[in-house]
Ligand binder design. Structure first.
Ligand code: RIB
Length: 311
């Protein structure tokens, strides 16, 4: 099994349950508020660990975030590389409506203090060949991607959230790009799933692409092979961290040497389970539960060769 290093954000999530998401110019009253540990990085580390991966989290704990490292460690994640900063811990303000849909504001805080010296130190601790996960919530993302690729890591980048730095990301250096439809649109200027895949594949033929489409399933493209999966149907309570759960399970499965089909199947089932309970990291299932769901529930998939025709 390969090591998984996650250079990832760590946040405290302030989650407000609301009847419907606040609109421009509107003031609304929340039904309740809960605090959870989150951040796309932390969630993805926990998902990868719950999937059975050997996960090392690198990132910064801010002034008021000590419990976060303990939380990661209690999930089986190696936290020995995490550093401290006096800057305030990153946090997120999350609204979740009655249908489980959300909207999120992230305040980067400590997550934007990650500097090159620390990055070089972390990367020097691992042999080449492992997997490195990143999201777009920390500083120096492009530097980490370039350096890690040079050192022989398989770099997996989840292009979330979208911001002005996205066009600068060296996508061609990634082993895997993980996106949803909105992120795909931002990166390609195309609106349909096929259009997004075709555009990104033509520009970056050596980068695998996973495009998650919510209720419409998942597309996964690597080289000449395109896999298209349906979804596992579950009750929607809170969609927060569904994408993080997908990424964590997907990478853990690949690091374990599984086939692409198995990796997507496990990731899809785990993220479907995550949306049926509240919170971010709190909703991420364990592998034993994912396997028992898969034993009684399987979605078909279609495999296609790109060389056989256009998208
Ligand atoms: O993907 C969900 C996560 O996005 C939340 O945990 C929040 O912290 C933001 O990073």
């Amino acid at each position: 099994m390969n090591d998984i290093i996650n250079f990832g954000s760590i946040n405290v999530d302030h989650v407000y349950s609301v009847n419907s998401l606040v609109q421009e110019g509107e003031t609304i009253t929340a039904i309740e508020r809960n605090l959870y540990y989150g951040g796309k990085g932390l969630n993805q580390s926990i998902a990868a660990a719950r999937a059975g991966g050997r996960v090392h989290h690198a990132g910064l704990i801010g002034g008021n975030g000590e419990g976060l490292a303990e939380y990661l460690a209690s999930a089986g994640v190696d936290t020995s590389l995490i550093n401290r900063t006096a800057v305030e811990q990153g946090h997120a303000i999350i609204q979740v409506d009655r249908k489980g849909k959300n909207s999120i504001i992230v305040y980067p805080g400590s997550n934007h203090q990650i500097g090159r010296e620390y990055i070089n130190h972390v990367l020097s601790r691992f042999p080449s060949g492992g997997f490195l996960i990143l999201q777009n919530e920390i500083s120096n993302v492009s530097y980490i991607i370039s350096k890690a690729q040079e050192l022989g890591f398989h770099v997996v980048f989840n292009a979330s959230p979208i911001d002005s730095s996205l066009p600068e990301i060296p996508i061609g250096k990634l082993t895997w790009l993980m996106i949803n439809q909105t992120e795909g649109q931002a990166l390609s200027g195309k609106y349909t799933p096929d259009g997004i895949m075709a555009f990104l594949h033509e520009k970056h033929p050596h980068t695998g692409i996973v495009l998650t489409l919510g209720e419409d399933g998942v597309l996964c493209l690597q080289g000449d092979t395109l896999l298209s999966f349906g979804v596992y149907k579950t009750e929607v309570v809170d969609t927060t961290a569904a994408g993080d759960t997908f990424t964590g399970y997907f990478v853990s499965s690949l690091a374990n040497g599984d086939s692409l089909e198995t990796a997507v199947r496990l990731a899809s089932a785990a993220s479907a389970m995550a949306i049926s309970s509240p919170g971010a990291s709190a909703s991420i299932p364990y592998m034993r539960d994912v396997l028992s769901m898969l034993a009684s529930n399987n979605v078909p998939y279609v495999e296609k060769r790109l060389s056989a025709g256009p998208f």
